[in-house]
Design a protein around this ligand. Structure first.
Ligand code: UN1
Length: 490
């Protein structure tokens, strides 16, 4: 399906102007479902482009911070309407550059619209608190003020939603931004930035710089004009950013991996649990930090549940996301597909039973990075498969004896992003909510998903204890000023 033409990408956005990299270099981006489909060329930036972007952001920040929140919100609201009018076109580009199905891409683009609308509204919310003072004449209150220039580094797996959920609150609260989207899928960030520019965002308030992490990574974090770094991505990069940003005195927000459990108790509605567990594991080809990777199932029902899981997972249609019949798209690139297939082999080598899938697909699928959705049986909770994040369409079943063992297995990993429980028993549901070590907890729904009005983030190794989205976004993107205001004594 390589019938679409290469998109002339506008390059970097710096100081309000779209421009090529100073070096003139570009890199190409191909459709992961069909590598004959050259999606776009992008600017291969280096330090000089970043230098210009940080300079533009620093220059734009003072006027933007003085712009009333309501006026900033009006721009975000206009951007939401512009993006809403472009959803169909952008969703197709999202599918071409990232691979997820058109249905998911459309949902994700609509999520970016919802984020813009939500934070447009937040700009009209109170942004401080009034306190009683020990002094009879003092008006004592707090203000939330922007931090300054923020560095945002985003992953390829939600190429419009994650840039939106970081940069929109950053802008709403009066910060200026330099964003570097992942080089596997930078186009959607460019499209989002175009909506903001068309909505009247002043020049320099948002700067987009594309290029490789190795060329730009450290400078993005260490440039002294940036005061904070928000990052979503791999554990290894996150730790590097945390150390580097910490050494430079920056505020840091990290969203990292997950090894999310779905516990299925014997009294669960099995049809519903099957659908939700499969959606959680296989949508976005399992490439999300909120994906379900462990089905922890009560031994009384595990045989039937596993058999039905295998049957349904084996029947999933894998292909190009632009094809309406496709249920599971490709992995993002060849390296990712090879790595998932290798980890599957490794687990088999360690004696874990593979019930279905797990191979690189060839034949009709040879031009893309496809791996057949995989299901493992009877996974040992302490094995690599039971502990490590694969970031692919791979689910492992872990049988347990009841609720206590289920919770203990669920918690016994280094991550704690999201977790699900399937039951009809309210008492057990409430105990699960209390005992599970996860930042996002679902009862009778899949582990993935993120509504813009509530906090998003994990426990333990999944996050840096800060939260994104909703009112929680304000914690990261603002600082508090305490004001003691007295009339002059004369
Ligand atoms: C979702 O579950 O819909 O990088 C969003 C990730 C997460 C986003 C998940 N930060 O996969």
């Amino acid at each position: 399906m390589s019938t679409t033409t290469t998109i002339p990408a506008p390059g970097n956005l710096i100081g309000g102007a779209w421009q090529p990299a100073i070096s003139g270099q570009t890199f190409e981006n191909r459709n992961p479902a069909d590598t004959d489909d050259l999606v776009a060329h992008h600017a291969a930036s280096d330090d000089r482009d970043l230098d210009a972007a940080f300079a533009a952001a620093s220059e734009a920040f003072p006027a933007w911070r003085r712009t009333p929140g309501i006026a900033r919100g009006n721009i975000l609201y206009r951007a939401a309407e512009i993006l809403a009018s472009r959803v169909e076109a952008i969703a197709r580009e999202l599918t071409r550059e990232e691979g997820k199905t058109l249905k998911e891409a459309t949902g994700e683009t609509m999520r970016a619209v919802a984020i813009l609308r939500y934070f447009a509204g937040e700009t009209a919310q109170p942004h401080g608190e009034h306190y009683p003072s020990a002094s009879p004449t003092t008006m004592l209150y707090t203000l939330r003020e922007p931090l300054g220039v923020i560095t945002i580094i985003t992953p390829w797996n939600f190429p419009i939603a994650i840039p939106a959920w970081k940069l929109v609150p950053a802008l709403a609260y009066g910060n200026a931004v330099v964003i570097k989207p992942a080089s596997d899928a930078p186009l959607c960030t460019i499209r989002l930035a175009e909506c903001l520019v068309d909505a009247g965002l002043p020049a320099g308030v948002l700067n987009v710089v594309t290029g490789s992490a190795s060329a730009l990574g450290d400078r993005l974090v260490t440039d002294e004009r940036s005061v904070a770094v928000s990052f979503t991505g791999s554990d290894a990069t996150g730790k590097h950013i945390r150390d580097l940003a910490g050494a430079h005195g920056k505020k840091v927000q990290l969203e990292l991996g997950g090894k999310n459990p779905a516990i299925v108790l014997a009294d669960a509605d099995m049809d519903h649990a099957l659908t939700q567990v499969i959606n959680g594991a296989m949508m976005s080809t399992g490439q999300k930090c909120t994906a379900t990777s462990r089905a922890i199932v009560d031994r009384h029902i595990v045989a039937e549940f596993t058999e039905r899981l295998a049957q349904k997972i084996g029947a999933l249609t894998v292909g190009n996301g632009l094809d309406g019949a496709t249920q599971v798209g490709p992995l993002i690139n060849a390296k990712a597909a090879d790595s998932v297939a290798e980890q599957v082999e490794q687990a088999r080598g360690e004696g874990t039973e593979l019930l279905v899938g797990g191979r690189r697909l060839d034949g009709d699928h040879a031009r893309g990075h496809f791996v057949a959705p995989a299901l493992f049986n009877d996974v040992s909770p302490s094995s690599r498969l039971g502990q490590d994040e694969l970031f692919g369409p791979v689910l492992g079943v872990i049988p347990v004896d009841g609720m206590d063992e289920a919770i203990s297995v669920a918690n016994n990993v280094r991550y704690g992003l999201s977790a699900s429980l399937f039951t009809r028993d309210l008492t057990r549901a409430m105990r699960f909510v209390q005992e599970i070590q996860a930042g996002i907890v679902h009862v009778n729904s899949e582990t993935a998903g993120a509504e813009p009005q509530v906090p998003f983030g994990g426990y333990k190794g999944s996050s840096s204890y800060s939260r994104e989205q909703g009112k929680a976004a304000r914690e990261f993107f603002t600082q508090i000023k305490t004001v003691y205001l007295d009339p002059s004594p004369s």
